[in-house]
Design a protein around this ligand. Structure first.
Ligand code: SAM
Length: 291
C-alpha cells in the first residue's frame, strides 16, 4: 500500500492536470498555476498542447507522453521526478487517463513512491452525465466500444442487464452503427442520451429511446459530426402487475369508504396478507370519484 499523503522525500510531484474539452474557460485557476510552475509538462500531443499553453501565456517546456511511447519513455519523466523536478501530465482534452494516456506513468510514479496529485477539471463523461437526466447515483463508464461489430455486440451483451446508467465514448463515424447495435441488444425502447460537442458552439444533448435516437441521428448528418458521449439507461426489471385477489379488493373497498387510500391499503394488507404497495396502487386506481 502507498499513502497518497505528502511524502517527506526530496522527489518532485507528478500533477495529473485536467484541461478543457472544448471551452477554454473551463480550465481551472489551479491548473494554470501548476502548469506554469512545474519544470516539465508531459503532453499527449506537444503541438496540440503548445496552442493551449500559448493561449494562456505558459512557457513551461513540453515533452511527448503518448500511448506509443508512454511505457518506454515513462522512465524519462520518472528520472526527472526522482531528481526533484515537478512534472504535469496533460492530455489533448479533459482528464488524463480517461480514455487517454497516462496510466503507465502514474503506475510507475506511484511504484517509485513519487507523490501523484490530481488537479481535477473537465471530463466529457461526467459533463454528459451531469446534464443527461439519467440516473447518476450509479453508472458504468465503458470507454470506446470495439470497432468491429461482433466484438462491439459482445461488449454490449456483457452489460445488457446492468441496472446502472451506461456511458460510452464514440467516434462520430461509428455513432450510427453503435446506436443500431445498442438498439438491437438493449431494445428499441431503452432510454438513451446523445451528448455532442459539450461546451462548444454546437453543443447538443438529445434524449430519446434508442430507436428514435437512431432515426434522429440517421436523418441529420450534422449529428454524426464532432465529439460525442452516448448514455443509455440501465436495465430495469419489467414491473409485473401484482394481482389483487377479489377478496382483498372487497376488504379494501370497504375500508376505502371510511379511510384514505394509504391507510386503507395498510390495514387491508394486515387483514389479507397481500402486498401493501399492490393494494395501495389498486386503491389509487379504483378510488371513487369525488362528489
Ligand atoms: N480524457 C477525455 C475526458 O476526460 O473526457 C476523453 C478523451 S477521449 C480520447 C475523446 C473522447 O471523449 C471523444 O471521442 C468523445 O467521445 C469524448 N469527448 C471529448 N470531448 C468531448 C466533448 N466536448 N463533447 C462530447 N464528447 C467529448
Amino acid at each position: 500500500m502507498s499513502a497518497s499523503t505528502p511524502q517527506s522525500n526530496a522527489f518532485g510531484t507528478l500533477y495529473v492536470v485536467a484541461t478543457p474539452i472544448g471551452n477554454l474557460e473551463d480550465i481551472s485557476a489551479r491548473a494554470l498555476r501548476i502548469l506554469a510552475q512545474v519544470q516539465l509538462i508531459a503532453a499527449e500531443d506537444t503541438r496540440h498542447s503548445t496552442r493551449l499553453l500559448q493561449h494562456f501565456g505558459i512557457r513551461t517546456p513540453l515533452a511527448a507522453c503518448h500511448e506509443h511511447n508512454e511505457r518506454e519513455e515513462g522512465g524519462r519523466f520518472i528520472t526527472r521526478l526522482l531528481a526533484g523536478d515537478d512534472v504535469a501530465l496533460i492530455s489533448d482534452a479533459g482528464t488524463p487517463l480517461i480514455s487517454d494516456p497516462g496510466y503507465h506513468l502514474v503506475r510507475q510514479a506511484r511504484a517509485a513512491k513519487i507523490r501523484v496529485v490530481p488537479v481535477p477539471g473537465a471530463c466529457a463523461l461526467i459533463a454528459a452525465l451531469s446534464a443527461a437526466g439519467l440516473p447518476s447515483d450509479r453508472f458504468v463508464f465503458e470507454g470506446f466500444l470495439p470497432a468491429k461489430k461482433a466484438a462491439r455486440c459482445a461488449r454490449l451483451e456483457a452489460v445488457q442487464y446492468d441496472p446502472r446508467t451506461l456511458i460510452f465514448y464514440e467516434a462520430p463515424h461509428r455513432l450510427l452503427e453503435s446506436i443500431a447495435d445498442m438498439r438491437d441488444v438493449f431494445g428499441a425502447d431503452r432510454p438513451a442520451v446523445l451528448a455532442r460537442e459539450l461546451s462548444k458552439t454546437f453543443e447538443t444533448i438529445h434524449d430519446s429511446p434508442l430507436q428514435e435516437l437512431y432515426d434522429w441521428v440517421a436523418a441529420d448528418a450534422n449529428q454524426q459530426r464532432g465529439e460525442c458521449v452516448l448514455l443509455v439507461a440501465g436495465y430495469q426489471e419489467p414491473v409485473e402487475a401484482v394481482a389483487v385477489t377479489p377478496e382483498a379488493q372487497r376488504v379494501l373497498t370497504l375500508l376505502m369508504a371510511e379511510l384514505p387510500p394509504k391507510r386503507a391499503a395498510a390495514i387491508a394488507a394486515q387483514i389479507t396478507g397481500a402486498r401493501k404497495n399492490a393494494l395501495y396502487q389498486w386503491a389509487l386506481d379504483n378510488k371513487p370519484a369525488e362528489r
